[in-house]
Design a protein around this ligand. Structure first.
Ligand code: ZN
Length: 248
């Protein structure tokens, strides 16, 4: 609704009084800033109504009260009792509820809600079969990370490394911001010195996805997958994309 209104605005010839920008004064009171620091936005992609408040208190194991306000259908502003609770929940992303992904976004009080993109969320991705060199010092791993992963799977937020800068074993964990409306990446083909090989990906906290198109969330055009008769064909997506969760 708001998107279409904003689109319409772009085509309007504005009158002088409509065009002149009114600058809103920022309310920078400490109380407001403290509230912002304790708040996140949450979107639930669920086909049925769920009691979000009670459920998430259990999932997040939060004892102190949280205040949920539904600011749009299935979108909630959640104010935690303290900053520590908020940080713990934020750092623990992604969160699933009934196997559906819950999308959390930073609360930026001065941003209109329709400008918040709820189509992305961070996931821990396990990147298998990397070249042996990724176990060497950080420079090699950064090369792998920057040149071969970023921009192909998604934006890399964090990489799980040992203190000496190497990865764990023969795979690498990276926290990647995924576009939920795109088919989940099953791997990437890497080429090193002319040799191509398949680098499979698997996901910690793997949510429910559409096995037809591989998306976690269908975009406005619905499912784009092959919904025909798949008999005899290799399944393109499945629970084999799930990685064992490790404590961190
Ligand atoms: Zn689909």
């Amino acid at each position: 609704m708001m998107d279409s209104l904003e689109e319409k605005w772009k085509g309007l010839k504005l009158l002088e009084e409509e065009r002149v920008g009114t600058e809103l004064e920022e309310d920078s009171s400490t109380e407001l800033i403290y509230k912002e620091q304790r708040t996140v936005l949450e979107k639930i992609y669920a086909s049925r109504l769920i009691s979000n408040e009670v459920s998430m208190t259990k999932v997040w194991r939060i004892i102190k009260a949280m205040k949920f306000t539904e600011v749009s259908p299935n979108v909630f502003a959640i104010v935690f009792e303290n900053v520590a609770d908020k940080v713990r929940v934020w750092e623990g992303r992604p969160w699933l509820f009934e196997n559906q992904v819950l999308v959390l976004k930073e609360f930026e009080g001065y941003k209109p809600l329709h400008r918040v993109n709820f189509d992305t969320e961070c996931f821990w991705v396990r990147i298998h079969n990397l070249p042996i060199s990724h176990n060497l010092p950080i420079s090699c791993m950064t090369k792998v990370r920057d040149e071969q992963i970023r921009g192909t799977v998604g934006k890399v937020e964090r990489v799980d490394v040992q203190e000496d800068g190497s990865g764990w074993g023969n795979f690498l964990w990276a926290q990647v911001l995924l576009d939920l409306t795109k088919p989940i990446a099953r791997g990437r083909t890497l080429t090193v010195r002319g040799i191509s090989f398949w680098v499979p990906l698997s996901y910690e906290k793997f949510p429910k996805i559409c096995f037809s198109c591989g998306c976690m969330v269908h975009g406005v055009n619905g499912c784009c997958g092959d919904q025909g008769n798949n008999e005899g064909k290799e399944k393109q997506y499945g629970s084999w994309l799930r990685a064992k969760q490790i404590p961190r």
